[in-house]
Design a binder for this molecule. Structure first.
Ligand SMILES: [Zn+2]
Length: 250
């Protein structure tokens, strides 16, 4: 099985790719030692008009991400391989600067998108709620210090981590960069490959006009294709494997 069926060409601005090259390639994934991590594929980020940080109209990159994540997740589950899904979930009234209020508990925004809601009752899935961008940090119980992500990686004796989700340059990137340091620091047991499945990642689009209309500062401008590319570049340049396709060996 391959996900997607043929390697996805990278839809990045050519001038950016020439200067900050990203070269996604098919990745041969040995399923018996792999775990899948899905980041924030929830209503508040993925459902059209699902919240302040959700797409306001159908978005091809987000649609592609959810469909492919669902395909890969079903393959992992069918082979009894572990999945971990992060869910951005904030206490009501507690802001997460610099973002507008989003994914508050009880709002429905902090629930998996409809296509992935089956994970809630899947025996192979672990759901981890977090109240910050970086899932590695968000997985730490502040009271006990126990890290649910680290514990999951160790318990499952994982050697390969496949990562997908939203946003490529925010929650996915912070997690992957931290995973790379954690691996190099000996915190991730036998993990060797940290793989980002590019066509199963997405980010959002916020135009200069929208930013001006919302009264936000200039760095809030967020062109989707550029930001996605920059996220991939930062992860690739730190040692993550950027995959255009997963070739599964069961
Ligand atoms: Zn958040």
């Amino acid at each position: 099985m391959s996900f997607p069926a043929s390697p996805a060409p990278l839809d990045s601005p050519l001038a950016l790719d020439a200067r900050l090259p990203v070269r996604p390639a098919p990745y041969e994934c040995s399923l018996p030692s792999a775990g899948l991590i899905l980041v924030d594929e929830i209503n508040g980020f993925c459902q059209v008009q699902g919240g302040a940080l959700a797409p306001q109209a159908d978005n091809a990159q987000v649609t592609r991400m959810v469909a492919l994540s669902d395909d890969v997740a079903r393959c992992f589950s069918a082979h009894a391989r572990p999945l971990l899904a992060f869910i951005d979930s904030h206490s009501p009234g507690v802001p997460e600067p610099p973002y507008p209020a989003h994914c508050e508990q009880g709002s429905g925004e902090d629930e998996l998108v409809a296509e992935l809601a089956w994970l809630e009752s899947d025996p192979h899935a672990t759901l981890v709620r977090k109240d910050c961008i970086n899932g590695y940090i968000g997985a730490i119980d502040p009271a006990s210090g126990v890290n649910a992500l680290q514990e999951w990686v160790g318990r499952q004796r994982l050697k390969t981590l496949i990562v997908a989700g939203i946003c490529t340059d925010i929650c996915v990137m912070d997690l992957v960069l931290t995973l790379l340091s954690a691996r190099n620091h000996g915190l991730l047991g036998e993990v060797s490959d940290i793989v980002v499945l590019e066509p199963a990642c997405a980010t959002y689009d916020l135009s200069a006009e929208s930013v001006a209309a919302l009264g936000l500062p200039a760095p809030a401008i967020h062109p989707q294709r550029d930001a996605h590319h920059i996220g991939l570049y930062c992860m690739a340049s730190r040692g993550a494997i950027i995959a255009s396709q997963l070739r599964i060996q069961a």
